[in-house]
Design a protein around this ligand. Structure first.
Ligand code: ACO
Length: 334
């Protein structure tokens, strides 16, 4: 069985920059409060009529395809991770497939719903298909438009300040060098905490899936028990990173670069300290993009590669925690 590798990455963020001061004009908050609690200075919001969840994914995908040195026609499987798809159904993977012109070849297109851990789950799924030899060029996308679904009133300010829009993509291929590529992936979930970080409406299980009452009582907006999420995240990130290290016989000090899901700079910092890693071995960009959920790891990974922070032969760790709760890690010899 061949090992899988990330052959190319790409990202796209909308051009509209929204600062903390911009948010403070819409509800009661301040730049100081947001930076102190989350590290976020600004985030991007999509332009309606220009950006779509699938379309932003396509923009990121085109860069990943180019960096991998393949043609669009080479893609034989699409995996799309988002928590806010273009439609209730179908998923956004088929929209990407159509926009790339891959519908002519009926390329299979899969949507996954594991929120902040979407990219890691997608990477692990792609890895399995590469290992079995079923597919050779898998396009994995994480793309999110949060800003259309946030509560811009004081009631939702704790959540709203954290999230931003953006997309990231990767091409997963078989590795020619058996010592390089994805060494291990680890996935977990605990549905006990499902409603601790969630959007509860529209709901397929209500008499009508969307009602005026749901809008009036704000159940169409995300709810988050911030302190509860924080506590779990700080515990599960290190746990799942250690799991990947143990599976491969490496130690924390062997990690050359850790790309954590960009949930909150305080979470990333706490994880870095628990793992005993120096600042230069953890790449964060939440300060500029906010939390972009499934897109945050591929955006940060692509940025770190473009900045020359990841070099051939480096040991790279990806790790995520989020709604579900779900969490996971991947260890990659670059
Ligand atoms: N601006 C100003 N004040 C605010 C805001 C805001 N945006 N939001 C809440 N407040 C107020 C609250 O109303 C509260 O006021 P009170 O003391 O008068 O009642 C006060 O600030 C403190 O509120 P807390 O919720 O206790 O603030 P806390 O210090 O816990 O910080 C935060 C909130 C930032 C959400 C924190 O709990 C956190 O970082 N949690 C982790 C969650 C996270 O990072 N989620 C990311 C998404 S999930 C993921 O990707 C893993």
């Amino acid at each position: 069985m061949k090992r899988a590798k990330i052959a190319g990455t790409g990202s796209y963020v909308p051009e509209n920059v929204v600062t903390n001061d911009d948010l403070a004009k819409r509800f009661t908050t301040s730049d100081e409060w947001i930076q102190e609690r989350s590290g976020i200075r600004e985030r991007r919001y999509f332009t309606p009529g220009k950006d779509t969840v699938a379309g932003m994914g396509v923009q990121a995908a085109r860069i990943a395809i180019e960096r991998a040195g393949i043609e669009v026609e080479d893609i034989d499987f699409i995996i799309f991770a988002t928590l806010n798809p273009d439609y209730m159904f179908p998923g956004s993977a088929v929209l990407v497939q159509r926009e790339l012109g891959l519908n002519a070849k009926a390329v299979p297109s899969l949507d996954i719903r594991t929120q902040c851990t979407g990219f890691i789950y997608g990477l692990s799924i792609a890895e399995q298909f590469i290992k079995t030899g079923q597919y050779k060029n898998i396009l994995l996308i994480g793309s999110e438009i949060h800003s259309s679904g946030l509560d811009f009133s004081d009631a939702g300010r704790d959540v709203t300040v954290l999230f931003g829009d953006g997309a990231g993509a990767a091409i997963i291929q078989p590795s020619e060098d058996e010592n390089k590529g994805i060494l291990t992936t680890h996935l977990h979930a605990d549905g006990e905490h499902a409603e601790r970080l969630a959007v509860l409406a529209p709901s397929g299980s209500k008499p009508r899936h969307l009602t005026h009452e749901m809008i009036d009582d704000r159940s169409i907006y995300p709810v988050m028990n911030g302190r509860y999420v924080f506590k779990f995240a700080v515990e599960k990130f290190p746990e799942v990173i250690h799991e990947a290290l143990q599976a491969t016989g490496y130690k924390p000090e062997d990690i050359d670069m850790l790309i954590p899901h960009q949930a909150n700079l305080r979470i990333s910092e706490a994880v870095r300290k628990i793992m005993g890693l120096p600042e230069e071995k953890v790449h964060n960009n939440i300060q500029r993009y906010g939390n972009t959920t499934a897109a945050s790891i591929p955006i940060a990974l692509h940025e770190a590669i473009e900045m020359g922070k990841i070099k051939e032969g480096d040991l790279v760790c990806l790790a995520a925690f989020g709604s579900g709760f779900t969490w996971g890690s991947a260890l990659i010899r670059w």
